[in-house]
Design a binder for this molecule. Structure first.
Ligand SMILES: O=P(O)(O)O[C@H]1O[C@H](CO)[C@@H](O)[C@H]1O
Length: 335
């Protein structure tokens, strides 16, 4: 999304033109003339995105969902988004139907290693689910709405709960690589700086213009997950904390990690928050879980570079534990 404030030339007759090299920079213009023109025309002339664009319309989302329904008989009640290196969860789905994102008209495609780009329908813990084996990230160049539109599509498929999983860097000094963090709250850093996923026209059929985001993460699901994790013997690696989203794709500098910690975040990643917001906006119950795949450097003396390969490796190592936790959660949650 670009702020469309452009330099225009207005001649004596009030005729407006946009220079060929028009850039999205601030300019001074005569308000009375500008208001005669539709903003969309100016935007089109300047060749930049329409700032009112908020993505696929309600009808488009329904028709994408209808197309998907024609590929499977499973009617999912729970949607699961698999984070980096966590796609193996899909291997535990029985009676499965798999559809590649690229087969579905208008479905965004993921380009990140560790994100296969497949929708897997089937039974997990005896319940009908749909898993997104691979998610869409903002840093891939997608506008924010597109990052989260799969959540709207899953809602149109009939889900009532979404489970968001991710790989994240640990900021809380008490955390360790391999820990599992139940998300209790988030900080939408892109949102706070003007890139909230809900910016643009609002269609009330999706949800309200000004949605509340307190209690985004369902308390009873957090409690249930905690109980299950303790029974599974994960007490020592179990955390509950705040996830902060950054745009990425750079991993944090020491100074950035310190700043995010000062904000009160326990873990940092480049996803999840837009999906959680869109899910709450359309009335879904949300549960989020982070696998701490690396510790963010907060000391220049011990700073070492995080890599995506390392993130995927830790994901692989903890895959079984997360799979057990998520499967039991799905099995035991009420619909
Ligand atoms: O959030 P998920 O998709 O798990 O991926 C995390 O892992 C990648 C970095 O290694 C980033 O995309 C970060 O957000």
């Amino acid at each position: 999304m670009h702020k469309v404030v452009i330099n225009v030339i207005i001649d004596f007759d009030g005729i407006l033109s946009v220079p060929n090299d028009a850039m999205p920079i601030s300019g001074v213009y005569k308000q009375p003339v500008i208001t005669k023109l539709k903003r969309r025309e100016i935007v089109v002339m300047a060749g930049i995105d329409d700032m009112s664009s908020s993505g696929y319309s309600f009808d488009e989302v329904q028709s994408i969902a209808e197309n998907i329904k024609s590929h499977t008989k499973i009617q999912p009640k729970i949607g699961i988004v698999c984070g980096s290196g966590l796609g193996d969860l899909a291997n535990h789905v029985t009676n499965s139907d798999t559809i590649c994102y690229s087969q579905i008209p208008k479905f965004p495609v993921s380009t990140v290693p560790g994100h296969d780009g497949k929708l897997v329908f089937g039974l997990l813990g005896g319940k009908p689910v749909v898993l997104m084996r691979g998610r869409i990230h903002y840093y891939e160049g997608h506008p924010m709405w597109r990052v989260a539109v799969p959540v709207r599509i899953m809602k149109a498929l009939g889900i009532t709960t979404v489970i968001l999983t991710n790989a994240a860097g640990g900021l809380n000094p008490e955390y360790k690589t391999g820990d599992i963090m139940i998300i209790k709250d988030h900080i939408d850093l892109p949102g706070l700086t003007g890139e909230c996923v809900l910016i643009g026209k609002n269609d009330e059929r999706f949800g309200p213009r000004f949605p509340a985001t307190v209690n985004t993460y369902d308390q009873s699901l957090q409690d249930l997950a905690k109980t299950i994790a303790e029974k599974l013997g994960y007490a020592k690696i179990l955390r509950q904390g705040t996830y902060v989203m950054v745009g990425g794709p750079t991993f944090e500098t020491v100074a950035e990690s310190r700043l995010l910690r000062l904000f009160g975040a326990d873990a940092v990643g480049m996803s999840t928050v837009p999906e959680a917001i869109v899910a709450r906006h359309c009335g879904l119950r949300v549960f989020g879980i982070s696998l701490i795949t690396d510790m963010c450097p907060q000391d220049y003396n011990v700073s070492r570079a995080t890599t995506h390969e390392e993130v995927l490796l830790v994901g692989e190592r903890r895959a079984k534990d997360l799979q057990k936790l998520v499967t039991s959660l799905v099995e035991q949650m009420n619909d």
